[in-house]
Design a protein around this ligand. Structure first.
Ligand code: DGY
Length: 326
């Protein structure tokens, strides 16, 4: 029996390629631009494995067009781009990359929070402009982070890693989550549970750490922004559609909140023009983008694929039941 045929929508990194190439015959997408969905359809139709990024939509139509497919390995922890129910129905294993990006993403959420509160991006632009005439008492005064109230929505792995960092800043940590965290976690993080409205009303910084699903889509909408303090900031490193972007723009314009720091957007890579304002810091979805972490994510996806074709259980299955229905 020959090696399993796999299509990877990205060239990946050396470690991942070494893992894959031992067991699979991989066609790597090599062009700098992302493949269109037609190009993915075309390449995957005779493949048994697909390695994809969160920009690749894997729906029932693609699965139908690739009858030999046995695994879809998403190089991301979030998998809202993959129709897992259809994968299961068709006996296709779906996997993601949990755990390896928690600390890196939490670091980045902190970077965003610090940047927006201390006006770092505005200061950087001014320092480069050549217009700086010297220190002045009221120049670029921002808002303190230390000692403030931090509201975390979603206390999963990334939310917890984010919360852990608050201790050094002597912050009062509140959280909201679909399920209340065990007491020992609340104690370890020094975090108090609040219902969503109370968290929004009390927090100086609100940071989102939830997956995108039918419950979280549009979670922060116009009525929610109304509940927030006019001095509060929103940080989003989760998924863009968790925030109703038009409502956010309106809240910023109307002064309902003080600012936002966003790594993710409702319709990436499109960015609502109303967000291009000084009290918004933006990044192009780079929360997990460290060389170390992105290499680990790719290697993890490769391990999942290689395991399946070696007759083992892929370690990060989202739908283990697919193995039974296969
Ligand atoms: C993910 O993994 O879901 C991120 O958004 C990309 O790191």
């Amino acid at each position: 029996m020959g090696k399993a045929k796999v299509f990877s929508t990205h060239p990946l990194f050396e470690e991942a390629r070494a893992i894959l190439d031992a067991d699979c015959e991989v066609e790597y997408w090599a062009r700098p631009e992302r493949p269109t969905s037609q190009e993915v359809f075309q390449r995957v139709k005779d493949k048994e494995g697909l390695i994809c990024l969160l920009t690749d939509r894997v729906g029932d139509d693609l699965l139908r067009a690739a009858p030999k497919l046995r695994i879809v390995a998403n190089v991301a922890v979030g998998y809202d781009n993959v129709d897992v129910a259809s994968c299961t129905k068709r006996g296709v294993v779906a996997t993601n990359t949990p755990g390896v990006l928690d600390e890196t993403t939490a670091d980045f959420a902190w970077a965003l929070m610090m940047a927006i509160s201390r006006r770092l991006v505005e200061g950087d632009a001014y320092a480069r402009s050549g217009n700086w005439k010297g220190w002045n008492l009221d120049q670029f005064c921002g808002t303190d982070v230390w000692g403030k109230t931090l509201g975390i929505i979603g206390l999963g792995r990334i939310g917890r890693a984010f919360a852990r960092r608050a201790a050094g800043f002597k912050m009062h940590v509140l959280y909201n989550s679909t399920k209340r965290a065990p007491e020992e976690i609340e104690r370890e993080l020094n975090a108090e549970y609040r219902d969503l409205n109370a968290l929004l009303a009390e927090s100086d910084f609100v940071s989102l750490h939830v997956p995108l699903n039918s419950e979280t889509r549009g979670l922060l909408d116009a009525p929610k922004f109304f509940r927030m303090k006019p001095t509060a900031f929103v940080i989003n490193t989760a998924r863009g559609p968790v925030i109703d972007e038009a409502a956010l723009v309106h809240a910023l314009e109307a002064g309902k909140i003080a600012g936002a720091a966003l790594d993710v957007f409702e319709q990436e890579p499109f960015i609502h023009p109303g967000l291009k304002r000084p009290n918004v810091v933006m990044a192009p979805h780079m929360g997990s983008a460290s060389v170390e972490t992105r290499s680990k994510m790719a290697a993890m996806a490769a391990h999942n694929v290689a395991a399946l074709f070696r007759g083992q259980r892929p370690p990060n299955m989202l739908n283990p039941e697919a193995l039974q229905s296969a």
